[in-house]
Write a protein that binds this ligand. Sequence first.
Ligand code: NI
Length: 394
Amino acid sequence: MTELELLREAFDLQESLVSMRRMFHQNPELSFQERVTSSEVAAELKRIGSWSVRTEVGGFGVVAELTGAGGGRTVALRADMDALPIAEETGLPYASVRPNVMHACGHDAHTAMLLGAARLIARRRAELEGTVRLLFQSAEEINEGAKAMIAERALDRVDEIYGLHNDPLLPAGRFALRSGSMMGSVDRIEMTVEGKGGHGAIPDASVDPVVAAASIVMGLQTAVSREISPFEPAVVTIGSLQAGEAGNVIPSRARLTGTVRTFSPEVRRSMPERLERLVRKQAEAFRCRAELRYIEQVPVLSNDQACCRAAWNVLTRLAGEANLEEARPTMAGEDFSVYLQAVPGCFVWVGSGSSDGGEAYGLHHPKYTIDERCLPYGAAYFAAIAMERTRPGG
Ligand code: NI
């Protein structure tokens, strides 16, 4: 087998990859509601044959497995299936038929790519030396799907795992990856500030949680700027602040929510104490009481060095070294990181942008689109890395 043969075969599947992707695109489903998508996935795997299929794993996840000859290793490949609560504005003929639900992150493309790989791998069953396990996952967008898959033993006996995400700002045919930390950890914070409500004209008879909340927002800016090394990236964003209904009333309570991103496990571990202190003491300074709930969602996405090297080598043969680049780190999160805490693996960016110079919209934008030439590239990469890494001692 050569990677170029796989790529050629994947391009021969282009028409079916595009039609599957458009079908998923037109019928997007939110996290943990991927009922139709997963039944289409299971039906396609059945049409391909060879794969043993388990459905409703960790929500509507589908796990498929194929074992070749020889005592090779077990390699998992993962695609996510869920869409976002966004009203699509692409105007495409196959745009979402569901109001306010859109595949604006390209998980429709990831699902089609992995189904394409399922077909390519099944054709090479005789050459396959180990076991390939396909994970079609629910609920990536709410950071819950990977955990649910692992809880239902989807990673048992897996030696390595590989995943990908499309990048509309990278032209189709190009790939980006990096060893070590590539995407940030994602945690959620929720704060309640309790004061004492009253007349807006008589502040001395009240305890104003709005002023305390405002001070908390400002105080939290020092968590990163004053307490963490400038060489360690971190973000604290307060995205919502709710208090009061009327301009002349001091409310009794304010609520804030935010997101915390870090790029190393050590910095992440240091965040709860720091934020808790800044929030509680700021509130106390204004005679309020504040509570912070720190909700851990997904860890830093960290690619294993050996797996990353293997992916780089496979991609060099598949797409040519001129089409590979070192990925820029991003604080966006991805729950693939949860798998990488359990087993080594590598996550790569697959270019899905067009090279015609037209305007490109980023992930989660209502006008986000992909260049569908990315589909055979993703399918061929998935198949190639699995064939390569299932080899004994691979
Ligand atoms: Ni995504």
